[in-house]
Design a protein around this ligand. Structure first.
Ligand SMILES: Nc1nc2c(ncn2[C@@H]2O[C@H](COP(=O)(O)OP(=O)(O)OP(=O)(O)O)[C@@H](O)[C@H]2O)c(=O)[nH]1
Ligand SMILES: [Mg+2]
Length: 233
């Protein structure tokens, strides 16, 4: 087994077979076509679509709950989880127009799932459509959904070393939200380290620290969305 820096790399020979590579390429190409169609449909309806991605439990749904309490713009949510309607139910309870996708075994959303969900929803008057992806810091980064913006969350209990360990995900980001910011001292989490590593990957990405408990950072989070809404008018 090959090793790098004394660590063992687990290699699956099947993934390197030309046939497997060709199938993956076709899946991604077909997904890209669906994503382009989604974006055209969002544009026609003047909807700003935002893909929220992060590890499980880093605070995506909590961010949306807090956004529902503070935002002036009208938004709807497509929720992606492997099982249960729990996240959509949390938002429906607050009066948010939310629709749950259960992916079964898939660890990410794909563009056709988002299209089917959007077709089931009444999006009249909606200005922003959030898509909460399945909790996973790896796979969702490879599947375009047709959203206009990617927001990647990193919560303080996960540790401040994650940006360069999961660069594919963080490179897709238009905004990085450091969530559970009030817990940073408890987890020796350095916001400065994350900011600097995000800049190292992609200098133009903005990083905002937020806390759903204290309200820290929410003005900046809402201002980010408002600025994109205005830019599209
Ligand atoms: N202390 C603290 N806890 C938070 C904050 N935001 C979220 N949490 C907690 O973190 C836990 C997970 O939050 P969720 O919003 O469900 O996380 P998620 O990213 O939607 O999780 P999945 O949908 O399973 O991927 C909950 O117990 C929240 O109460 C925060 O700002 N501070
Ligand atoms: Mg959630």
């Amino acid at each position: 087994m090959p090793t790098v820096n004394n660590s063992t790399i687990v290699s699956n020979p099947n993934l390197k077979q030309p046939k497997t590579i060709a199938i993956m390429k076709r899946v991604l190409e077909s997904n890209d076509q669906n994503a382009i169609a989604n974006q055209r449909s969002f544009d026609e309806r003047h909807i700003l679509a935002i893909n929220l991605m992060s590890s499980p439990g880093s605070g995506k749904t909590t961010l949306l709950e807090a956004t529902a309490r503070k935002a002036k713009f009208k938004f709807a949510v497509i929720e992606g989880d492997m099982e249960t309607n729990r996240d959509a139910d949390r938002l429906l309870k607050l009066g948010v127009n939310a629709y749950q996708i259960c992916t079964g075994t898939a660890c990410h959303l794909e563009a056709d799932m988002v299209r089917n969900a959007a077709d089931q929803m009444n999006l009249n008057g909606i200005e922003v459509l959030f898509v909460e992806n399945v909790g996973n810091l790896v796979c969702p980064a490879s599947y375009e959904l047709g959203t206009h913006l990617n927001v990647v969350l990193l919560s303080t209990p996960e540790g401040d070393d994650k940006v360069l360990k999961y660069p594919v995900m963080f490179r897709t980001a238009d905004l990085v939200l450091i969530t559970k910011a009030e817990l940073a001292p408890m987890f020796d989490f350095s916001v400065d380290r994350v900011r600097s590593e995000v800049r190292q990957l992609k200098p133009e990405i903005k990083t905002v620290a937020v806390s759903a408990k204290t309200g820290e950072g929410f003005d900046d989070w809402l201002a980010f969305i408002e600025a994109h809404l205005q830019a599209r008018q």
